[in-house]
Structure formats: C-alpha cells, structure tokens
Write a protein that binds this ligand. Sequence first.
Ligand SMILES: [Zn+2]
Length: 100
Amino acid sequence: MRVIPTAEEATLGDHRHFPGARLLIACSLCGWSKSYRVERVIERLRQLKTGGYATGLTQVARRVAWPCPGCGRVHWRASFAWPPGIDEREVKRLANRYRN
Ligand SMILES: [Zn+2]
C-alpha cells in the first residue's frame, strides 16, 4: 500500500479527496498493518455514536486498543493509502466517477 501524506488534522471525511484509498492502520514500531474501507469505519463510528466524518485520523489511531500481532505493543498510526493496482490513471477515473 502507498501511504498518502495528509495534514496532521486530516479527518476520515477527507477520504473523498482520495477516491479508492483505504484506511491503513499501521504499527509505528514494527510496521505491521491492516487496511479498511473508510466508509465502513465511518459507518461503524456513527453506529457507536463515537465519531464519523469529522473524526481525525490521529483519534482513530488512538482508539485502536488491540495489541499488534507483529510485536505485541499498542502504538498505532492511521493514514489513507492507495491499495496496490491503483495508479494515477485509476485515481483520475475514480475521481471522475464520483463527480458525475
Ligand atoms: Zn508492531
């Protein structure tokens, strides 16, 4: 996955600027990572009434309570990332589709 650099204060709702991107939860200590569909994460937070589109990526990372399967520590980072196979052309194609 290719991590998309975003501002410190980026929120889950910002994912609409990056069509096709997923939410990547990565361990800052050993690099183990898992990705999620952003819409599903937002939906889940709304169901629990603990967040939604305005929830910051740093807050999301802080909420992950399970220990890393790689190193057993709890030190997560959350970011948007392109899955393999999404290249520049695919991004443009998806962006157009969302606009129409
Ligand atoms: Zn780890």
